[in-house]
Design a protein around this ligand. Structure first.
Ligand code: NDP
Ligand code: GDR
Length: 365
């Protein structure tokens, strides 16, 4: 394929939800795209398999490198080889609940990982060439100090994940100010898709309800149903990541829809899509959801409550609207419908497998 632009990008976290959408976007713009993936005992490239190019072919524009955010040597080596015009630091231990169980590893990868890349850029003398994007997060607002949250809202992180991301946010600002680097933070609110990891609440809901509908699973166990989030579509959000690196000067931006829903709203919207209305009874840890036959299909399991919770997040994307031309494209109902549709297809495949006597299993996570 002929290049439209001759830029080289490096994406950390290319095997993740955002990494896969961003790689697709940059390839469509003619970039040469390099991705860093971790060594795993099984293939972990499901989300980018459709982009794979046989490295033995000529003119390959999508290349993968083994590396890890906790290994500075790998990062320096890869950045030296690739000489990227743009680095998108999307890699992270990105699960808030898991960060309470693995706080040190989360700090190492999510906080120091960003520092390692910024230092690698400096060590290699690429400060003027390489632009840096840091995947910052609405979790920085945590215990919210202002509604809605914008770029100037004070931070109050509520988890080891958010505290690690706070370091990454400020080290990005610091390297911009100290060394004149083009480095910026995208403060992205929750964004989902059919490629969302199965243990984040939205995907957990759409996947489980589709499986319950087809008789593959009995019950969906969840934590705090009252939590409220500002949910957008990952495909729309990665375009803003790219745009943030195309400006005249580096700045930090909030990306959000400006609309908020609760976890319970998300369940009801998914159930509506599947035509399986839910009747709610009880409250708190005793809250349950029943199907039309009176069977309990949703229950609260306190093991999913977090030691410190972020109850409510709502973004104000005015700055991105004014300067990046951002406007939220995917409505909440359309996001839910797309996720449900894709999970229903997977459940149908699993149901076929089960009908032919093979094992499918429900991993409650
Ligand atoms: P995912 O969890 O889907 O992807 C994370 C990626 O990071 C995966 O490719 C993972 O590899 C990789 N990774 C994890 N640890 C390491 C490590 N130590 N070294 C190298 N790679 C590593 O996250 P998303 O795509 O949803 O999010 C992308 C980024 O944006 C993350 O930094 C996240 O914290 C942040 N963010 C996400 C938001 C969202 O709503 N999705 C909102 C705001 C910020 P593997 O596939 O091997 O696990
Ligand atoms: P979040 O996303 O913590 O906002 O972080 P998640 O989907 O995990 O939780 C959202 C809210 O739902 C509540 N919840 C549950 N969450 C999970 N995962 N599983 C459950 O069973 C469950 N029940 C209720 C949570 O308590 C929470 O309030 C995501 C990640 O992508 C981060 O990397 C990113 O920075 C932020 O979004 C913005």
């Amino acid at each position: 394929m002929k290049s439209k632009v001759n830029k080289v990008a490096l994406i950390t976290g290319v095997t993740g939800q955002d990494g896969a959408y961003l790689a697709e976007l940059l390839l469509s713009k003619g970039y040469e795209v390099h991705g860093i993936k971790r060594r795993t005992s099984l293939f972990n490239t499901d989300r980018i398999d459709h982009l794979y190019q046989d490295p033995h072919e000529p003119d390959v524009r999508f290349k993968l490198h083994h590396g890890d955010l906790t290994d500075a040597t790998s990062l320096i080596r890869i950045i030296q080889t690739v000489q990227p015009d743009e680095i998108y630091n999307l890699a992270a231990q990105s699960h808030v609940a898991v960060s309470f169980e693995e706080p040190e590893y989360t700090a190492n990868s999510d906080a120091l990982g960003a520092l390692r890349i910024l230092e690698a850029i400096r060590i290699l003398g690429l400060e003027k060439k390489t632009r840096f994007y840091q995947a910052s997060t609405s979790e920085l607002y945590g215990l919210v100090q202002e509604i809605p949250q914008k770029e100037t809202t004070p931070f109050y992180p509520r988890s080891p994940y958010a505290v690690a991301k706070l370091y990454a946010y400020w080290i990005t600002v610091n390297y911009r100010e100290a060394y004149g680097m083009y480095a910026c933070n995208g403060i992205l609110f929750n964004h989902e898709s059919p490629n969302r990891g199965e243990t984040f609440v939205t995907r957990k809901i759409t996947r489980a309800l589709a499986r319950i509908k087809l008789g593959l699973q009995d019950c969906l166990y969840l934590g705090n149903l009252n939590a409220k989030r500002d949910w957008g579509h990952a495909r729309d959000y990665v375009e803003m990541q790219w745009l943030m690196l195309q400006q005249d000067k580096p700045e930090d931006f909030v990306i959000a829809t400006g609309v908020q829903h609760s976890v319970r709203d998300f369940i009801n919207a998914s159930a509506k899509e599947l035509r399986m209305p839910i009747r709610w009874e009880g409250s708190g840890s005793d809250e349950k959801g029943y199907d039309v036959n009176g069977k309990c299909i949703i229950a609260v399991d306190p093991k999913y409550f977090r030691p410190a919770e972020v109850e409510t997040l709502l973004g104000d994307p005015s700055k991105a609207m004014a300067k990046l031309g951002w406007s939220p494209r995917t409505a909440f109902a359309d996001l839910v419908a797309e996720m449900v549709r894709e999970d229903l297809k997977s459940a149908e495949r699993d149901e076929l497998v089960k009908r032919h006597g093979f094992h499918t299993f429900n991993y409650h996570e």
